[in-house]
Design a protein around this ligand. Structure first.
Ligand code: ZN
Length: 550
């Protein structure tokens, strides 16, 4: 039996190695993308080496190389599992990069001691696997190589060249290349260093903004003693897919029910077409015309803190976003990041924010600014909702699906729309909960504002789904406002406010208005919730570089 295994072709020998990533995947040690990348890397490397060994006359050094490569692949697989069980994320996540590159020997020792238990079984598995693989396919090769008919293996040289080319070709894909440890470590180390330098610089600049002359002019509204301002920032959420804004599918039933107690702002454009650009513009003095001011001028968190607000940053949208957003979050008194998975590859349902949100609401501080950054409907849409909310996932026969088919969309493009709408449905539950939890406190000095960072193109124009700053669906975002006074219902005046045209790069003024902060930095003409709002004060609204209002 063992004899037979030794005569297996390089193809099967390489294939058998994939049992290791498969085992780690089935036991939950690796996710599907890690197991897949590991399999591709291992298969092409091993089949290339095994085939060359059949062809070349001198085999000894190739055998040594094979042993080293197999050992390295085993250790590397084990490392993936260890990192993932410790951090709950893949190796290219920012927390892992930090842990790998931002430690001194003392810390590393402590780290090893603390996490040794996570390393035992991956280490044991790969050691046993390595020993067996070595015994079966590498050391014993010499025995059968001696007495074989070499001419039968002549044709292998063509294959050896082909596999070498395939091995190189598999590295043309950037994700796959960076999975290879020889590329991974240098690339991420340099990248991490660059990001750290950049963040440090911005942190230093922002620390200095506390001395801005403008800040000295700021004051709280007379008599303002208690105030809780909640700002919820959505992700990849376009209002064209909300039933509250007239979409045919009932995607926002929870918020629909609250319609009469909410100000539903119907004509708001995103501050920018991408996450970082949008969030930095909404929360700082940066605008579309001056996008870099967030790096050097005071932002809403600095301003709020200066006037005695306790500031919270609760994010489920954090792990994948580095740099800018984490720099802003770090300005707050309490940054909390709930996402322990990669936002694109794995799911971290937004309801994980409820617990820290509840704690922030219960905080006894008189004045609070609570910023909640949800993951919303960010791709991949099917990772954004639990099964109970897959209402539209298999919906191919309702009016929306029929209309899409009539416009010539492919079934898979409709499937993307279906998953996106299901994500919006779950998000409706999350937003309703975030609002209800504030409402139920019956605090007269509280307010709640929701706006998305940008929308999403989900088969709206063709079969494409994803970020697409060229289309209006990427910019037309929902914006909701609630405060206890609205319980009495909207007045004729506030009903008119709902139609106010606005672009969110001026949101800073609306936030200052809610915080009750006046001064040279607050211009009520840019505050969409102010009686003195004046749209003519703002420059023409833009979608990228294209005017929106014709
Ligand atoms: Zn975004």
């Amino acid at each position: 039996m063992i004899q037979k295994l030794q005569y297996l072709s390089p193809f099967f020998k390489s294939l058998i190695f994939l049992l290791l990533p498969l085992f780690y995947y089935l036991t939950g040690g690796m996710n599907y993308s890690q197991a897949g990348q590991m399999s591709i890397l291992a298969f092409f490397t091993l089949i290339t080496l095994f085939t060359w060994r059949e062809v070349l006359e001198t085999k000894r050094w190739l055998s040594v190389l094979l042993i080293l490569v197999v050992l390295l692949l085993c250790i590397y697989s084990g490392l993936q599992v260890v990192l993932r069980s410790i951090f709950g994320v893949e190796q290219d996540d920012v927390v892992v990069i930090q842990a790998l590159f931002n430690t001194n020997p003392g810390e590393s020792k402590e780290f090893l001691a603390q996490y040794a238990r996570y390393m035992v079984w991956p280490a044991l598995t790969f050691f046993v696997f390595f020993a067996a693989y070595w015994k079966l396919f590498i050391t014993s090769d010499g025995v059968y190589l001696k007495d074989r008919d070499l001419s039968a293996y002549k044709h292998y040289s063509k294959w050896a060249v082909l596999f070498t080319v395939l091995l190189i070709a598999s590295h043309l894909n950037k994700t796959q290349r960076l999975f290879n440890p020889f590329f991974y470590f240098p690339y991420y180390h340099a990248k991490w260093q660059g990001e750290m330098d950049q963040s440090k610089l911005i942190q230093q600049q922002l620390a200095g903004t506390n001395l801005d002359k403008d800040l000295a002019t700021m004051a709280l509204k007379p008599g303002l003693v208690k105030n809780t301002v909640v700002l919820v920032i959505g992700e990849s959420d376009g209002r064209n897919n909300w039933s509250l804004y007239g979409y045919e599918r009932k995607t926002t039933p929870g918020l629909d029910r609250l319609k009469d107690k909410l100000l539903v702002l119907a004509d708001v454009l995103a501050a920018d077409g991408a996450t970082v650009g949008s969030i930095t513009k909404m929360l700082s003095q940066a605008t579309l015309a001056k996008p870099n001011l967030w790096k050097t001028k005071a932002n809403i968190i600095t301003m709020a803190k200066r006037l005695g607000y306790k500031t919270y940053w609760l994010s489920n949208n954090g792990a994948a976003i580095r740099g800018a957003i984490s720099v802003l979050a770090a300005q707050s008194d309490r940054p909390v990041f709930t996402n322990k998975g990669r936002s694109r590859g794995e799911s971290s349902m937004d309801e994980v924010l409820f617990a820290p949100y509840q704690q922030a609401l219960a905080d006894r501080a008189d004045k609070k600014l609570i910023i909640v950054n949800i993951l919303g409907a960010h791709p991949a849409y099917n990772f954004r909702y639990p099964k109970a909310y897959n209402k539209f996932e298999y919906e191919f026969g309702d009016t929306v699906a029929k209309a899409l088919f009539a416009q010539g969309r492919a079934p898979w493009a409709v499937a993307f729309r279906n998953m996106y709408d299901s994500a919006i449905l779950y998000q409706d539950y999350v937003l309703s909960q975030l609002l209800e939890r504030l409402r139920s406190r019956n605090d007269p000095n509280s307010s709640w504002l929701y706006i998305a960072d940008h929308g999403q193109d989900v088969s709206h124009h063709n079969n494409y789904s994803g970020h697409n700053p060229k289309v209006k669906e990427m910019w037309e975002v929902p914006m909701l406002f609630w405060q206890p006074e609205l319980a009495k219902g909207l007045t004729a005046e506030t009903r008119k406010w709902q139609q106010r045209p606005y672009q969110a790069d001026h949101l800073l003024h609306t936030l200052l208005g809610q915080l009750g902060i006046s001064g040279t930095l607050y211009d009520e003409k840019h505050d969409i919730l102010s009686e003195r709002f004046d749209r003519r004060a703002a420059p023409p609204r833009l979608i990228g570089k294209v005017p929106y209002d014709q």
